[in-house]
Design a protein around this ligand. Structure first.
Ligand SMILES: [Zn+2]
Length: 262
């Protein structure tokens, strides 16, 4: 995990520079007022709103008619949602998505972000894909991530970043979403043991114009398929608590990198 260490050092380094500047300024002020200098705390996401959309929900499978009712995805009518996939061992995608989302929210809050999630537990059904997009749009999130895992061919492995295609509502965030996609791709490779997909997309990227979450977004957003639950080796990684935390860490680092505008 040398990748994580290296990245943290960079962040702490930036904090130290800021801290030194604050100390300098406060020393000047305190010379006059006699007040004590307040040490600066590293809060890279202070003032930022981050949207997290953990795909599907734990009880979606219990209500097919709810899942199958049609909603407008910005281009066409589609089903409200699906059950999501699962591993051969029965570990559901909904559970995986939510576990990563909770880990990610924790990291982002530690970094002082305000986090908005489209669902707050894994034992309900819904919301449908279009209200999920609306929740994040209305929260005026600065950036958002949709978290999923895929069901691909059993031989296929790896992650893919799904990007929006201009359709009206999302026109203004196509370029920024492309930048976010690159940051997610980079940090995912850096911090997780999951490689670039060998069965889907092009070098770990694909443009999708049939998904409400990407069609309706008014902030930079990508959807990540973190791996293939139908491949035994990917499934082993995706169901590991350690790897789930590494994925969350990678996404947090990508968000910080994106908002800094590297
Ligand atoms: Zn999914």
């Amino acid at each position: 995990m040398s990748g994580i260490g290296r990245s943290r050092i960079t962040l702490v380094g930036v904090g130290l520079v800021a801290s030194a500047a604050v100390t300098l300024a406060t020393t000047t002020a305190s010379a006059a007022s006699g007040a004590r200098a307040i040490p600066a705390v590293r809060k890279p996401l202070a003032g930022k709103i981050i949207g997290i959309d953990p795909g599907h929900n734990g009880l979606n499978w219990t209500d097919p008619s709810f899942l199958n009712h049609k909603v407008w995805n910005g281009r066409q009518w589609e089903n409200c949602d699906t059950t999501g996939t699962q591993t051969a061992g029965g570990y559901t995608e909904a559970r995986f998505n939510f576990a990563v989302a909770i880990d990610l929210a924790k990291i982002l809050r530690t970094d002082a972000a305000r986090v908005v999630m489209t669902r707050t537990n894994n034992h309900g059904k819904g919301p449908c894909v279009n209200p999920r997009a609306r929740i994040l749009d209305r929260a005026h999130a600065n950036v958002s991530i949709d978290i999923h895992a895929d069901y691909g061919p059993s031989w296929g492995r790896g992650f893919t970043v799904l990007e929006p295609v201009a359709d009206g509502p999302n026109n203004k965030v196509i370029k920024s979403s492309e930048r976010l996609a690159k940051d997610v791709h980079l940090e995912f490779l850096r911090h997780t043991p999951i490689g670039i997909s060998n069965y889907y997309g092009n070098n770990g990227y694909i443009f999708r114009k049939d998904l409400a979450g990407l069609n309706l977004t008014t902030m930079p957003k990508v959807l990540i398929e973190c791996g293939n639950m139908n491949n035994w080796a990917d499934a082993k990684l995706l169901t590991s608590v350690r790897v789930q935390r590494e994925i969350a860490w990678a996404l947090a680092e990508a968000i910080i990198r994106f908002l800094r505008g590297y």
